[in-house]
Design a protein around this ligand. Structure first.
Ligand code: HEM
Length: 481
């Protein structure tokens, strides 16, 4: 979790700088368009088909102002907890009744097995206990050095390109965040081994049919789809590297104090046995996937949004100049980068990297007076909650000011949930937020990025919310005064 101390430090800095806490009633230059919504009379099967291509294209306009949605798909109900109180109920108050769904487990099983992102109950609780020390704030402080070094490496490479060069920002962000996660969690510079692994994560997502019709419709499990040959091939590429990392380190005595050392030294409280090779693989793949894809997408969307709004970009450049005066950002600067933090949070609102959480309902329940059937699907969608018309003023506009200190006083904390909520909250939230800030600042200090003429970018929800068909951008070096 991003610490309360960090939030307080940001608020104190804003006060000291005299940053107004009332958002100006300015019109945003950017207005994002929602995906084309389906017609009213749509069969459940057609809805699932649309969701398979892009989960966020399935919502009808009323989903953006209804507090709760319920729909029956053949034998199974699907509910959407679409207001902050209902989100708190599902993710915090009655979290024991809402487990990670079978559909989600099935989508990710070939990739992460029963790792902590998809596991439930006691297995998950033990994994979480093992994982927590690797994310202690003293460790995160060390990781910010790697973030700054990798960001500097990236902008130096870009600086050697001819003026107006075009870069594939999506691939570049995946690469830099993957390098950071490998160095922080596994003390490894994967070098040439890295690119095929990250490419394989992309290929897996492209091949993934993330909506399993049998699962959603409540049909017998044997009708469920099997992983495709493409998915299996992508997993093999990832597994080969992950197992090599495990084998290089297991049996050795060196405790490098990183996540892999934590995993290798973990012992079962009762039996004293360590994690199996497969359990190690599952957890490392979770960290690989959850630890780079999400941050990479946040960076893509932040750069995209900034390219659409010159005024926000100018304010950001101004803050970066004032706070850093040309030097590279470090851990202690983050609390002073108040507007940068607001830009990141507003990006996470408009484009939450995990746009949908899906849970299976264990026992009967009631939410907002509606009876919830056991065995049904419960959805919490940051995409919907973050653009909900009853929660947000001008929800489709890019207005970072709404995240300046003091602005969220009257807003439920369950209205902005890019990192989830409750016990299953993202364990890497601080890691991801700091990393986004450091890499974003390092890029903006040196370059202005623009969309090439005629390029249109739309959000596509696969495992994460990606810019489609990618994010080509032109690099324009900033003059260094
Ligand atoms: C901007 C960056 C990130 C975002 C938006 C994000 C978002 C999320 C969300 C929404 C969940 C919970 C999903 C659910 O409840 O179904 C989650 C879980 C998780 N994330 Fe992140 N994440 C980010 C960065 C990271 C990083 C950098 C790491 C690791 C280095 C990480 C590791 C994990 C893990 C291990 C879980 C599973 C936690 C558990 O259930 O115990 N994430 N993330």
């Amino acid at each position: 979790m991003v610490t309360a101390a960090f939030r307080q430090a940001i608020a104190a800095k804003a006060k000291a700088l005299g940053i107004p806490t009332k958002a100006p009633k300015r019109k945003s230059a950017f207005r994002s368009t929602l995906p084309k919504h389906p017609p009213r009379a749509i069969t459940p099967f057609r809805a699932l088909h649309l969701a398979r291509a892009n989960v966020i294209s399935v919502w009808r306009p009323e989903a953006y102002f209804s507090p709760f949605l319920a729909e029956k798909y053949l034998f199974r109900w699907m509910y959407v907890a679409n207001n902050p109180d209902a989100v708190r109920h599902v993710m915090v108050t009655n979290v024991g009744n809402y487990w990670k769904s079978g559909a989600m487990q099935k989508a990710l099983k070939p990739l992460v097995g029963n790792g902590s992102f998809v596991s439930n109950g006691e297995i998950w609780a033990r994994q979480r206990r093992i994982n927590i020390p690797a994310f202690h704030h003293t460790r995160i402080k060390l990781f910010t050095q790697y973030m700054a070094e990798e960001a500097a490496r990236l902008v130096d490479i870009w600086a050697d390109k001819p003026p107006d060069a075009e870069v594939a920002v999506d691939a570049e962000m995946a690469n830099v965040t993957a390098r950071v996660v490998c160095r922080s969690m596994f003390s490894e510079d994967l070098g040439e081994r890295g690119r095929p692994v990250f490419q394989a994560f992309t290929e897996y997502q492209e091949a993934l049919r993330q909506i399993d019709y049998a699962e959603m419709l409540g049909l017998p499990r044997w009708l469920s789809q099997r992983p495709s040959a493409k998915q299996r091939a992508a997993c093999k590429v990832i597994d080969d590297v992950v197992y090599a990392l495990i084998d290089e380190r297991s049996g050795g005595q060196d405790d490098r104090g990183d996540f892999l050392s934590t995993l290798l030294s973990a012992r079962d409280e009762e039996t004293g046995t360590g994690l199996s090779r497969e359990e190690l693989r599952d957890e490392m793949s979770v960290i690989f996937l959850a630890g780079h894809e999400t941050t990479a997408n946040t960076l893509c969307w932040a750069l995209y949004l900034l390219s659409q709004d010159a005024e926000v970009q100018a304010r950001l450049v101004d803050e970066i100049e004032t706070v850093l005066a040309g030097r590279a950002p470090g851990h202690d600067d983050l609390k002073d980068l108040v507007y940068t933090n607001a830009v990141v949070n507003e990006t996470l609102r408009l484009y939450p990297p995990v746009p949908v959480f899906s849970r299976q309902v264990l026992g009967r329940d009631e939410i907002d007076g509606i009876a919830i059937e056991p065995g049904s699907n419960m959805i919490v969608s940051p995409w919907l909650i973050h653009r909900h018309r009853l929660i947000w003023d001008r929800p489709n506009q890019f207005i970072p000011d709404r995240f300046l200190p003091g602005q969220s006083r009257n807003r439920s904390k369950y209205a902005h949930i890019p990192f989830g909520a409750g016990p299953r909250t993202c364990i890497g939230a601080a890691f991801g937020e700091y990393e986004t800030m450091i890499i974003l600042v390092s890029i903006i200090q040196r370059f202005k990025l623009t969309l090439p003429e005629g390029v249109k970018v739309t959000p596509q929800a696969r495992l994460s919310l990606r810019p489609s068909p990618g994010l080509p951008m032109k690099l324009e070096p900033r003059s260094r005064g």
